[in-house]
Design a protein. Structure first.
Length: 91
């Protein structure tokens, strides 16, 4: 790791993947339906939306950190960015 506030690229990669995995679960768990709003109970929708937004932003921050690390691989960054974009479309 570098200086204060810097995260090792391997950890940033793992955080991005974990955040996107959790985001997918937040969006997809629940009753059958096309959207999270259809799957979640009405009293859960706002809370799940806030959590999904936080996870989406965390994944983006982690991808940015990974992108500036010494373990950066452009193909992997592209895959993560595309996956993050698909998760945004699901929400």
């Amino acid at each position: 790791m570098g200086g204060p506030g810097e995260v090792d690229g391997r950890y940033a990669h793992a955080i991005a993947i974990a955040a996107m995995d959790a985001l997918g679960a937040v969006l997809l768990m629940g009753e059958p339906g096309e959207t999270m709003r259809e799957r979640a109970h009405e009293d859960e929708v706002d809370e799940r939306n806030r959590l999904a937004d936080r996870l989406f932003r965390l994944a983006g921050m982690a991808i940015d950190c990974y992108r500036s690390s010494d373990v950066f691989e452009s193909d992997e960054e592209r895959r993560m960015t595309e996956r993050r974009g698909r998760l945004r479309l699901v929400s």
